[in-house]
Design a protein around this ligand. Sequence first.
Ligand SMILES: Nc1ncnc2c1ncn2[C@@H]1O[C@H](COP(=O)(O)OP(=O)(O)OP(=O)(O)O)[C@@H](O)[C@H]1O
Ligand SMILES: Nc1ncnc2c1ncn2[C@@H]1O[C@H](COP(=O)(O)OP(=O)(O)OP(=O)(O)O)[C@@H](O)[C@H]1O
Ligand SMILES: [Mg+2]
Ligand SMILES: [Mg+2]
Lengths: 259, 259
Amino acid sequence: MKVWTVANQKGGVGKTTTTVSLGGLLAQWGLRTLLVDIDPHASLTSYFRYDPDGLEESVYSLFKGVAQNQTVDPLSLIHPTGTEGLDLMPAEMALATLDRQAGKLDGMGLVIKQAMGQLQNRYDHVILDCPPILGVLMINALAACDHLIIPVQTEFLSLKGLERMLHTLDMVTKSRRVPLPYHIVPTMYDQRTRASIDSLKVMRESYPDHVWHSLVPVDTQFREASKAGIPPAFFAPQSHGTLAYGKLVEELLNDHETL
Amino acid sequence: MKVWTVANQKGGVGKTTTTVSLGGLLAQWGLRTLLVDIDPHASLTSYFRYDPDGLEESVYSLFKGVAQNQTVDPLSLIHPTGTEGLDLMPAEMALATLDRQAGKLDGMGLVIKQAMGQLQNRYDHVILDCPPILGVLMINALAACDHLIIPVQTEFLSLKGLERMLHTLDMVTKSRRVPLPYHIVPTMYDQRTRASIDSLKVMRESYPDHVWHSLVPVDTQFREASKAGIPPAFFAPQSHGTLAYGKLVEELLNDHETL
Ligand SMILES: Nc1ncnc2c1ncn2[C@@H]1O[C@H](COP(=O)(O)OP(=O)(O)OP(=O)(O)O)[C@@H](O)[C@H]1O
Ligand SMILES: Nc1ncnc2c1ncn2[C@@H]1O[C@H](COP(=O)(O)OP(=O)(O)OP(=O)(O)O)[C@@H](O)[C@H]1O
Ligand SMILES: [Mg+2]
Ligand SMILES: [Mg+2]
């Protein structure tokens, strides 16, 4: 089982879209895939029509279990998405309170890692969708994953955010024996704007060893897919955006050690 | 002096873009305007080419002052933006640590409000740009403002986020004598996508008394403006996006009690 984390402290760069796109493609290719929503804002949970205010069994139950010294079976937190071979562990609003509590509870940095360890034989791939903020939830995701995907919108403000994200990565993963492999994925590329063209160029020059050689273009089908609640791989399989994510998944599967 | 807060817990909906657009227009019309960046991710600070990792004097100094019982003059934290009549109080990275510390320090919910009180005679308008997360920083901004602007991208996931934002607003402003007036501003409207058209319709039906009657269209000039580090009002004064924000400012100034 491979655990992928999709994270970036900048908001609205396509983290949830990347998670649903990759997950849908993996399921379409017959690989058993679990999506985990660790964003208190719960976009991924809403995408599949679950109400994050009304859920009993969610990612939060894992943290509550650790705090109250009770075992929680991660399998009991898994919900269907309506797509064959694609499951969801949803978020609920209470996740937002964790950052304020974390100071009190040591060992809260490995809750997700331990839960994923118990799912080893059930899934081929797990993808973690992160909130746009550095806190105990993102730290959990970075500790739990085998590979990190950083979507970066091809525009100036997101480029500044990338420096910060990589700075965070260094800080948080210092304790790992082997550095965490990561890919920077340029998203929402719009060839009509100078800003897109120039920021992509800066990205490639600044991080030559980590930026994916291709990109995900601006594609209106992503908004349509999220309205329909269906992964882009099934909603618009031939759209430019889905085809780009298809290329990314293929390369990640073939050889996730290099680009 | 009027204090406006621009907030939404959903990431990437145009909070920083709205802040810079409104600020630039107010300055262009000769109104003395201060922009305050209270997002630890510091997009607004980066927009004007300041490095959030290297700043001595920032919004964080206000919180540090309260924690250490030292007075800090808000005027000493103000920086130029390069645009006449438009100043900036930048963010720095240390703001991200506040949520974890807030539990220890009571009265941290009014730090911004008190600082703005000391600037009453210096500015006509102050605009606060918020991070995409509910925490002590957003609570400060909601306590400090006279009027709230909630940018909402016209797409499904942001619509779900809007319910949550209004739920937060109810919780946080219960203690106010008079309810906080707010506008919901539809942004990044793309008439080519069904999702945009439908979500705008749902917004208008669900919140008839609070959604602005017009909208901000998708406009590639915003990315170009942020790359140039110049407010859209000066960078692309005739672009569709800037003209739309111009209409919004005019209405807000004429009569901010009603739409
Ligand atoms: N390649 C793309 N082309 C066009 N629109 C896109 C693309 N990728 C994502 N979007 C749209 O951009 C918006 C933001 O995307 P998304 O919610 O995935 O970002 P995010 O990084 O997860 O945001 P948050 O920081 O709130 O978690 C959504 O409306 C989505 O449909
Ligand atoms: N009307 C618009 N048309 C096209 N692009 C836009 C529009 N408004 C904002 N953008 C672009 O969308 C991206 C996100 O906008 P912005 O950074 O202002 O959102 P935000 O809500 O402040 O994000 P965060 O949650 O990270 O603070 C930026 O690249 C910006 O240039
Ligand atoms: Mg998301
Ligand atoms: Mg912003």
